[in-house]
Structure formats: structure tokens, C-alpha cells
Design a protein around this ligand. Structure first.
Ligand code: ATP
Length: 359
């Protein structure tokens, strides 16, 4: 059994801090949604409102169309996993998983069997008798996950469950969480401030800003067609380049004219947002003048990242980041004169006052 979850105009204020400021979001049954946003944007508060640990000042949380605002936490069908492992240190893995079943009066043999089955499901067969201090961080989070699933919740709530783990374990476990979630078909809300994590794990990414929804959509849509400069900036890396509206829904930037995505602010001077991978870099032909629509510049730094190289270029006095395939590293060393061409696809345009990237 899986549920639809709706946030309707959710508002929560702590003293002078507005944690949630009218959050609206619908999560369909079986969907995996990542709540993504900077620290303090209200992600955890929203999750806690579903769990019942937090009560909104106004607005409501609906589960399958029913307002659950006044339903106590222990009467809600939600399983939660926290950032810190939060296992009971004096109970072994099996008893941690079976804890909720014990509280509900499930007979010993049944709950033991269920706990062992869940430990197997999360990839920990044979670990049932170990205590939390005998388990690695990743293993403890697997136990926490099994514990959250033990009561067969209709909604799974994950509050930065991977952030205390090292990079490799983190990626392995997030893939496993996703595999499990797809297998169980359970509606899942996953809080993270890590955009790569959100994009790689979720069916839909909901970007929050100052307690409100900025954009929600499938990962590729949020990345490729950010609704606002804030989303563009938060999800992935962006170049902010000075441009001039050319009329006709187009903008000229670094000598090239591109179509504008969405409505542009009134210009003519604007900031154009361009992804590093949308900038093609070739060696400059110093024997001929540059072709129309290309810019000339120089490589300042090149950071090798395996599959790609992140180049920092200086073009007409502007810093530009460009990602090129890893095998190009040798050709594009610092000091190399290069030509760039912008990939012809719609770009987002902001008023000139938009923030400039950190140096
Ligand atoms: P983070 O990624 O840092 O956990 P978040 O997006 O999950 O951030 P919340 O934890 O929901 O953000 O907090 C939103 C805002 O509300 C923050 O400014 C936070 O300090 C404040 N806040 C949250 N809970 C409380 C509380 N119990 N008392 C006072 N302020 C709170």
C-alpha cells in the first residue's frame, strides 16, 4: 500500500524565522521525490510535518486526500530515517529492526522472522546479532532503513540519510535505497542539500527556497530547463555572462546569438546563464581571424576529473567555465589559446543584477 502526499500552503514559523512559507507540493503514490535546497530552506521541517513531529501553523498535509495535521505521529503510517544513525545502542540489529513490531505486540517469533527478512532485504544477512557499535556507518543506516520499513509504512521519509557517510558508501547506498524503493513501490520523500544526489536518485526533484517551492520536475527538466535563476544556480554549475537582448526572443552573448528560454527581463543588458558543458572549446587558429560567432580566449586552469576536464577560461575579460572530455586535457593546458562556441540551445536570462560566480 502506497500513498499520495500533498503539502497544501504549509506554513511554519519559529520565532522570527519563517521555516515554511506556503509550501505547495504533490507527491504521487510510489513516487520518489527529493526535497532539495540550501541549508535552512525548510526541507527538514516539511518532512517533520509529514512524520507528525512538527505541526504547521497553517496549511495542511494530506495523505491520500485526508488531512492528517491532527493525527499524532505514532498513528501515522510513515517510516523515517535520520541523518545520524539513531539506532538504540543497547539493542542488536535484529531487535532494532523489530522494535516497532514489539511495541505493537507482534509475537517474538514473527517479529524475529520479519526483522531477519528485512535485514536480508537491505543487504545485511548474518548481521542480526551485531550491536550498532559493531557496524559501519553504512551498515547502521541499512539497519535504520530496515527499521523504518518494518511497520510497512505507506510513506518513507529520509532526512539526509547518507550525509554522514563517505563518498563511496554514499553512492552505493543511494543506489540500493532506490532499488529497494522501486521494488517496494513505496512513496518516498528524501531530503538532501546535495544536488547530484537529488538528481541521481529521484523521480522528481523539488527545489525549495525560503520555505517555498521554487520548481518541481523530473531531474533532467530541473537541470536543463530551470524555471528560475535560483534553480539554475543551485542545481549544477552555471556561467553568468553579460549579454544583450537582441529582440525576437534572442540574446547576444560572447559574440553569439542564442534563443532565450522563458520570459526575459526588460533589457537590454542582461546576465545569460550557460552550463559549462554547453561551451565547446577548440584550439585557436592563430593564423586566421576567428570565424563569426566564436570567441577567443585562454585557458587559465584545467582541473582533471576523470571523464571530463573543467576549464577555467578568460574570454574578453570574463571568466568562463567549460567542461570538455577528459582526453582533451593534454591539448588544453593552462596558457593555451582557445576558441569557444556556445551550443545553440535556449538559455536562461536574468536581470543584470544577478550574482556573479565565485572566483
Ligand atoms: P538543513 O539542510 O540545514 O537541515 P533545512 O532546509 O532542513 O536545513 P529546516 O531544518 O527545515 O531547514 O529549518 C528551516 C529554518 O527553521 C531554519 O532557519 C532553522 O534554523 C529554523 N528552525 C527549524 N526548526 C526550528 C526549531 N525547532 N526552533 C527554531 N528554529 C527552527
Amino acid at each position: 500500500m502506497t500513498s499520495k502526499v500533498e503539502f497544501r500552503g504549509l506554513r511554519r514559523v519559529f520565532g522570527k524565522t519563517v521555516a515554511l512559507d506556503g509550501l505547495d507540493l504533490t507527491i504521487e503514490p510510489g513516487q520518489f521525490v527529493a526535497l532539495l535546497g540550501p541549508s535552512g530552506c525548510g526541507k527538514t521541517t516539511a518532512l517533520r510535518c509529514v512524520a507528525g513531529f512538527e505541526r504547521p501553523d497553517s496549511g495542511a498535509v494530506l495523505v491520500d486526500g485526508k488531512d492528517i495535521t491532527d493525527v499524532p505521529a505514532n498513528k501515522r503510517d510513515a517510516g523515517m530515517v535520520f541523518q545520524s544513525y539513531s539506532l538504540f545502542p543497547n539493542l542488536n540489529a535484529r531487535d532494532n529492526v523489530a522494535f516497532g513490531l514489539r511495541v505493537r505486540g507482534v509475537p517474538t517469533a514473527t517479529r524475529r522472522a520479519k526483522a531477519d527478512e528485512l535485514l536480508e532485504l537491505v543487504g545485511l544477512p548474518g548481521h542480526a546479532d551485531r550491536y550498532p557499535h559493531q557496524l559501519s556507518g553504512g551498515q547502521q543506516q541499512r539497519v535504520a532503513l530496515a527499521r523504518a520499513l518494518a511497520l510497512e509504512p505507506r510513506v518513507l521519509l529520509l532526512d539526509e540519510p547518507l550525509s554522514a557517510l563517505d563518498a563511496k558508501v554514499r553512492v552505493a547506498l543511494r543506489e540500493e535505497i532506490r532499488r529497494l524503493q522501486l521494488g517496494l513501490g513505496i512513496t518516498t520523500i528524501f531530503v538532501t542539500h546535495d544536488q547530484e544526489e537529488a538528481l541521481s536518485i529521484a523521480d522528481r526533484v523539488a527545489v525549495l527556497r525560503d520555505g517555498r517551492l521554487e520548481q518541481a520536475g523530473p531531474p533532467a527538466e530541473v537541470y536543463d530547463r530551470p524555471a528560475t535563476p535560483f534553480v539554475a544556480e543551485f542545481v549544477g554549475t552555471m556561467n553568468h555572462l553579460p549579454g544583450r537582448l537582441a529582440g525576437d526572443g534572442k540574446v547576444t552573448v560572447l559574440g553569439q546569438t542564442l534563443p532565450v528560454d522563458g520570459t526575459a527581463p526588460t533589457g537590454p543588458d542582461v546576465t545569460v546563464l550557460i552550463r559549462p558543458e554547453a561551451i565547446q572549446v577548440t584550439l585557436a587558429d592563430t593564423t586566421h581571424p576567428p570565424a563569426v560567432g566564436t570567441g577567443l580566449g585562454e585557458v587559465v586552469t584545467a582541473s582533471f576529473r576523470g571523464a571530463s576536464v573543467r576549464l577555467r577560461l578568460l574570454m574578453d575579460g570574463h571568466e568562463v567555465l567549460a567542461d570538455v572530455p577528459g582526453h582533451e586535457a593534454a591539448r588544453l593546458a593552462p596558457g593555451t589559446r582557445v576558441a569557444i562556441r556556445l551550443v545553440e540551445r535556449p538559455v536562461l536570462v536574468a536581470a543584470r543584477a544577478a550574482p556573479v560566480p565565485d572566483a
